[in-house]
Write a protein that binds this ligand. Structure first.
Ligand code: ZN
Length: 250
């Protein structure tokens, strides 16, 4: 997971969503979940609300429209961060929408939405908080370690340590190393690549969390150990020109 900057929706879409939320609110609370689901699935909603929402979410999503939870698979579904089953009144609430792949949305997260004793969500919303406050990515094995209870529940709910993801992250680590070496040589005029294009290639990689974890961990104590097998990368990850283009913050 990486921090994601939420973009505004077109005003006419927001207006339609306000009207739809009004319909749900006017219903008896015992019927609101069913009404919300019916409205969300209706043909008119799909064309006038879901399609424009998906377009904006795709622009926000990392690289080539990747899932905002796992960062690996293509984001196909509009996910309700707070599920309709638990919060029907947030069905048409723009801050409640994220782009997810079917693995994360339908196989793992589904209607899960863990809360603590105070009712605070124990699921990271990458558009309002930096996931790296709660998660540490082990670059050697490609798996997350939790730094908080919210991190632990997010790993569990989204299946963030599933085998295919860990393998993909290990592979992307090697790609980022290779690209950074290519960038460094390009800057020195030792190859014919455009340095800006090489950094763009890194930005477009799936599993963007790998590059973001590398950029963070290189600034932390223990960086020499983390990058002991690729020590030449340390200086490149700390290079201002690289960080200005690649480091994502909220
Ligand atoms: Zn996913």
């Amino acid at each position: 997971m990486i921090p994601i900057h939420r973009l505004p929706l077109p005003a006419e879409v927001t207006d339609r969503m306000t009207t739809l939320s009004g319909h749900i609110r006017s219903e008896d609370p015992s019927h609101q979940v069913q009404i919300a689901r019916d409205l969300w699935r209706s043909k008119t909603t799909r064309s006038q609300v879901a399609t424009p929402i998906r377009t904006v979410l795709q622009r926000m999503a990392p690289g080539a429209e990747r899932c905002m939870y796992c960062g690996d698979s293509f984001g196909t579904d509009i996910d309700h961060y707070e599920p309709i089953a638990q919060a029907p009144l947030r069905t048409f609430d723009w801050p409640n929408h994220l782009l997810a792949c079917s693995h994360c949305n339908s196989h793992h997260k589904r209607d899960q939405f863990p809360l603590d004793e105070q009712g605070i969500p124990l699921l990271i919303d990458p558009t309002v908080e930096d996931p790296f406050d709660h998660l540490m990515l082990s670059l050697s094995v490609g798996e997350y370690r939790a730094l908080s209870e919210k991190g632990r529940r997010t790993i569990e709910v989204c299946g963030l340590n599933r085998f295919a993801l860990a393998r993909a992250r290990q592979n992307v680590f090697q790609v980022v190393v290779l690209c950074l070496r290519t960038w460094s040589a390009a800057v020195r005029g030792e190859n014919l690549y455009d340095p800006a294009q090489v950094l763009h290639m890194i930005r477009e990689q799936p599993c963007a969390d790998v590059c973001q974890a590398m950029l963070r961990q290189v600034e932390q104590p223990g960086a020499a150990v983390v990058f002991s097998e690729v020590p030449d990368i340390v200086g490149l990850l700390r290079d201002r020109r690289v960080r200005e283009v690649l480091l994502l913050t909220l």
